[in-house]
Design a protein around this ligand. Structure first.
Ligand SMILES: *[C@@H]1O[C@H](CO)[C@@H](O)[C@H](O)[C@H]1NC(C)=O
Ligand SMILES: *[C@@H]1O[C@H](CO)[C@@H](O)[C@H](O)[C@H]1NC(C)=O
Length: 402
């Protein structure tokens, strides 16, 4: 949408709902991370198709982290930016593209203070990690040569030319081997380069996350996790179910498992009704409560959203989330801020919290409607889909009728 409309709608909301919006602070210092690159809303062109990257940095100054989604293959690098790839040219002999427009846009966004990460993986990543630790290290060196500082004499293809990303996001949703040596090597290269580079991960909310556990278990310094509190029984939609919602497991990760005891936890949410499985999108007072409660934990670092196209098609939602983030915390949370740093010996023995949550919307005897949950670890509701739908597994935590 044009920025004038966006701001007009924010102003309109504030005028209509003065009490609810009183906490809105356009200069909020909480982080807002929004994925760009997959055009999840699924339209092309104006106004709801995914626009070029710079458009968002110019119109949403509060979004201060943008992970580019995705590098779908790593050992064999595959760049996928949905419709934004149409403005790129293929790099012969690779599954990569040269994207001068993204190069310019990354640099423009960075000049506005936005942190740009290359997000690795995504749900269609199929390499399963690396066959060996040495293959993982070699892949990390290649990824760094492609997206890190320009290395003289390197022949690595550079999709974004001279632009240098601020770090990498790990979004793995299937089992991966040897991802830890890959992450460790990237961290080593980043630290040796000087400047500030970040590593983030995007686990799903059940703790520990089956796909990401192997590399966020305290051996590698991650700066934050942006946890997917959607598509899972533990998502924001189940905030009122104490057997399902549990931000504290991730707070505990931050202050007693993570190598970096100052690591942050961002609350990952769907940016629109169609951005995640049915029911996963939450707004209004339920979202405000979930954010206020998360905020009571010392590790809370802000909100992550999937994805940019969905957010921009959901007029007023960014302002609502900023308002929620600016409102006071509520709940017990963890009050102590950890003072220990990365020198603390990692603990890898955090007690696993086993949940036995079942959504309140389905009963064991009934049948589940289209898009409803019909299975997944910890799920105890009905597994029978209404005709003609069948139960399809989308992760070990979630199966749905489709
Ligand atoms: C998160 O927000 C804080 C406060 O505004 C800021 O200092 C920090 O740089 C942000 N982090 C990133 C990765 O942008
Ligand atoms: C592609 O390039 C055109 C022409 O510069 C631009 O108007 C459009 O926004 C770009 N689209 C995407 C998705 O990057």
């Amino acid at each position: 949408m044009p920025s004038t409309l966006l701001w007009a709608s924010i102003a309109g909301l504030m005028a209509l709902l003065p009490a609810a919006r009183a906490g809105f602070n356009p200069n909020s210092d909480e982080n807002l991370s929004v994925y760009w690159g997959q055009n999840s809303y699924g339209q092309l062109g104006w106004p709801n198709g995914q626009q070029r990257l710079s458009y968002y940095c110019e119109t949403s100054p509060s979004i201060n982290i943008i992970p580019l989604a995705f590098l779908n293959g790593i050992e064999t690098p595959i760049l996928n930016l949905a419709n934004a790839i149409n403005n790129c040219t293929a790099i012969a002999g690779t599954q990569l593209f040269s994207c001068p427009q993204v190069e310019a846009d990354i640099q423009e966004c960075q000049s506005k203070g936005v942190t740009i990460l290359m997000s690795l993986g995504g749900s269609t990543y199929t390499e399963g990690g690396f066959s060996s630790s040495s293959a993982a290290v070699a892949a990390a060196q290649n990824v760094w040569a492609m997206f890190g500082p320009v290395q003289s004499g390197s022949s690595a293809p550079r999709p974004f030319g001279t632009a240098v990303v601020n770090g990498f996001d790990f979004d793995f949703e299937s089992s991966v081997q040897n991802m830890e040596p890959f992450a460790a090597e990237l961290r080593t290269l980043m630290d040796a380069a000087g400047g500030t580079y970040y590593l983030s991960a995007a686990p799903q909310c059940p703790y520990p996350d089956q796909s990401d556990e192997s590399f966020i278990d305290g051996e590698v310094d991650f700066d934050w996790v942006q946890v997917q509190f959607y598509n899972n029984f533990c998502g924001v939609d189940n905030f009122n179910n104490p057997n399902a919602w549990d931000f504290s497991t991730w707070d505990t990760w931050a202050n007693s498992v993570s190598l970096n005891r100052n690591a942050k936890v961002l609350l990952g949410i769907a940016a629109n009704t169609g951005a995640a499985n049915a029911g996963s999108y939450v707004d209004g007072s339920l979202l405000a409560s979930a954010i206020a409660s998360s905020k009571s934990y010392a590790s809370f670092g802000g909100v992550m959203m999937w994805d940019m196209s969905q957010l921009y098609a959901n007029s007023g939602f960014e302002a609502e989330v900023l308002s929620d983030m600016g409102a006071p915390a509520s709940g017990s949370g963890s009050t102590s801020t950890s003072t220990s740093t990365t020198t603390t010996a990692p603990q890898t023995t955090l007690t696993t919290i086993t949940t036995s949550a079942s959504p309140t919307t389905t009963s064991t005897s009934g049948t589940v409607p289209q898009w409803g949950q019909c299975g997944g670890e910890g799920y105890t509701g009905s597994t029978q889909c209404q005709s003609p739908y069948t139960c399809v597994e989308t992760s070990i935590w979630w199966s749905q009728c489709e």
